[in-house]
Write a protein that binds this ligand. Structure first.
Ligand SMILES: [Mn+2]
Length: 409
């Protein structure tokens, strides 16, 4: 059995105020083309389908086109999807039963009622059944009411408990292996068949965090409160993860974040975005992991150096890239942004790294409350304009602020 593992499409996402619709449409077309070429037995989409909980009409259209492109492949390739922390369960659930009739399986929330279980989709190959369990993004509060009071204290307990409830935890599996006769058929199946988990959480390996990117800030808590140790899931034959935007395995190759299909922040400059292609053999054999590269319409990259050098490096091929520019001129050039925009079409940000700005940032220090009003304003200006204040503007602002204080007193 072979399947595609993708996640974190973030349809509708903008990159520093630039609309990425064209880029997203193109990369989803590429994924559909690769599906046509490789004919996987399933396509797994592991959460954060949309970037916002209320996606725009344009975002819905892009996703609709993608599902249509996949559905046009004959024979049909089943699509299995879970909601991520960016998705609205209710909105994503739209037309769910209709989609399921067309082999598009969707789970937007973990079990909410006593009689509900994790969604399970079983596919077969020459070695028997492969069970795909769909575990959408969850917070402890989503499932607490299903368990005894005090049992669900954190994300780790929540994931463990929701798996154990369906006999999918490590302990249940051991019990099933020891007494293959009798008992719960669900548990026996787990021990004998191949099992794949789709999940969208922040998985860590014994306190070691996965490598992070700037585009995933929202929804990941500082201090690891939302982390789940991989020991909760490593007994699955493959764990298809979403949430972290750089492709990487966690602890072992069979537990994997496939990453986003596009670079969604400058910090992802060196990522190689791809589709993860998983080949599952007989039970007990390690899955084979390959990546199918995805190429973007526009690259995201950094440019650093003297303004004149950066301007000279513009070519007809690279002038449409999304650029994060840092100029290092000690004598700050006149209207650098305007000069850059003559050569490059998509400037994400412009920074100045020279003695003056280094002194300013050393002085401003990391703690916001210790910054002077001028430093706070300088940071705001940089954020809004994508370039720092000129020395003249800074002097003027300083003068203005001093006047204000006198008036206030
Ligand atoms: Mn995400």
């Amino acid at each position: 059995m072979r399947f595609f593992h993708i996640s974190d499409l973030h349809i509708g996402k903008q990159l520093h105020y630039y609309n990425l619709a064209g880029n997203q449409r193109a990369v989803l077309k590429q994924i559909a083309a690769r599906a046509e070429e490789y004919r996987p037995d399933a396509i797994l989409i592991c959460g954060d389908i949309f970037d916002k909980s209320s996606p725009s009409g344009e975002a819905y259209t892009i996703f609709d086109e993608f599902l249509n492109d996949l559905a046009a492949i004959s024979p049909r390739i089943p699509v299995l999807m879970i909601a991520g922390n960016h998705d609205s369960p209710q909105r994503l659930a739209y037309a769910r039963t209709f989609l399921e009739r067309n082999q598009i399986y969707l789970s937007v929330l973990p079990p909410q009622r006593e009689e509900e279980h994790l969604k399970k989709v079983t596919l077969r190959d020459e070695w028997g059944s492969v069970n795909f369990y769909l575990l959408p993004f969850l917070k402890p509060g989503y499932v607490r009411h299903l368990f005894a009071e005090g049992q669900i204290t954190d994300y780790q307990r929540a994931v463990e408990a929701i798996l154990a409830r369906d006999g999918l935890d490590r302990e249940s599996l051991k019990t099933a292996e020891q007494s293959p006769a009798g008992g719960d058929s669900r548990r026996e199946a787990f021990a004998a068949e191949r099992n794949v988990l789709l999940s969208h959480q922040f998985y860590v390996n014994g306190g070691k965090e996965p490598e992070r990117s700037d585009s995933e800030q929202r929804g990941i808590q500082v201090g690891g409160l939302d982390s789940v140790d991989v020991s909760a899931v490593e007994h699955f034959d493959y764990v298809a993860l979403g949430h972290i935007h750089g492709p990487q395995q966690v602890k072992d190759s069979h537990i994997r974040y496939c990453g986003t299909p596009l670079k969604y922040s400058v910090s992802e400059e060196h990522h190689e975005k791809s589709i993860t292609l998983v080949t599952l053999g007989a039970k007990g054999t390690a899955p084979q992991i390959e990546t199918i590269p995805l190429s973007p319409v526009q690259e995201v990259r950094r440019e650093r150096g003297l303004l004149s050098e950066i301007l000279q490096r513009a070519t007809p091929e690279n002038c449409h890239d999304f650029l994060s520019v840092t100029i290092t001129d000690e004598k700050e050039p006149y209207h650098p942004m305007e000069q850059l925009e003559e050569k490059y079409d998509f400037i994400l940000e412009l920074r100045v790294d020279n003695q003056r700005t280094r002194a300013l940032s050393e002085f401003s220090g990391p703690r916001e409350e210790e910054r002077t009003p001028l430093q706070v304003f300088a940071a705001f200006y940089q954020e809004m304009r994508g370039q720092p204040m000129s020395p003249k503007e800074e002097a003027w602002m300083e003068k203005l602020m001093n006047t204000e204080e006198e008036v206030a007193e």
